[in-house]
Design a protein. Sequence first.
Length: 426
Amino acid sequence: MYRPCSFVLKSKIVKLINIYTNSFKGLSQESWMLALVMLINRAGSMVLPFLGVYMTDHLHFSIENTGVVLSFFGIGSVIGSWLGGFITDRIGEYKVQYMSLLLSVPLFCLIPIFKTEVGVAAIILLQSIVSDTFRPANSVAITKYAKPENITRAFSLNRMAVNLGFSVGPALGGILSAISYNFLFYSNALAAFLAGILYISFFYKRNKLAKLKAKKVKEAIIIKKENSPYKDRKFLVYCFFCMLFSICFFQLFSTLTIFYKDTAHLSQQSIGYILGYSGFLIVLLEMGFVQIAEKYFSLAITMLLGTFICGFSYAMIAFDYSMITLIVSMTLLCIGEIWTLPFMSTITAMRSGKNNKGAYMGLNGISFSIAFIVTPYIGTMLAQKFGFNALWIGTGVLATGIAIAFYFIVPWMLKDKKELEEVIEQ
């Protein structure tokens, strides 16, 4: 029977809409609230994108000294990830999250007081440590309140909130910084305060109920001693490759924008449009693409595809950097990111036990923080010495090797589906 093209097209569109809407079904109220807290917090994240400009333009630091001060943010992130994981396993993710949010408030307000390189580096280090203790605790909360079959989608919802917040935050930051840089820090403080109050008001009673339930379970079963992730050889190998992937991926925030400006000769406005497009695309596609991966691919295949696509998105701009190629490249990078980053968190949660999730999330977070520190130096050094074309081709080759490694490491670490379910239910 002949069906007109318009009918076929309409049915395809309806099918895509159903896939997208179904990807949001089954997520708990707590998962949605964690995402809302993250959205409010990240929507106020105006300091980091403008911190370098603030130091060079307002405080008149040299570019070299500005780079040194910014590195303290990464160092604080490493310490905060470790500390957050450590204390989460001891006092619980609820206390760590609200303490991190509320303690960040006065620290953001104190930043404008410091005018020297040493002073700014010290307050940025302290603020970064406090803020980044939030991340492993938040990851533990996501696994705590999500059903086992919805863990990846719960992480994706949280990431979607982060991307949406980062799309709003820098835009507001540009407006506020034109009035006064102090508004950046006070707005960040206000967002952290509102996120903290919202978190406490929603999760206070739920946390009490969860603790009572956990106490009953502990009385009913014999608690098995769980190993430290720092002694888990397989997980350490996995984290090493997560770090290598992050070094490739995080060029998005450093060398890629330099390439856009100096080689592709894009205006700052055009660069902003491409970066804004990437944030919008993540928000639009993430839940649907995660749903597709969960339905049709294994974890190993998903990590293989996601990592390879990220590498290919960089490699292709070594051969052509017309605007259409740059947009296609950014689109592929977003798809690769969607099929990699949320699944990394899921794999980490599956590998961990019930009582050491914070430590596992913290260690995995450290691998990202280390990459955040070294990527600008490695990328700019290689670009200056060998040229951007060599950097992008090298990134593609390295990412391909990492993709193959993930394909073998994930099953080696998690073995089979039955074992994964047993780990989650521990």
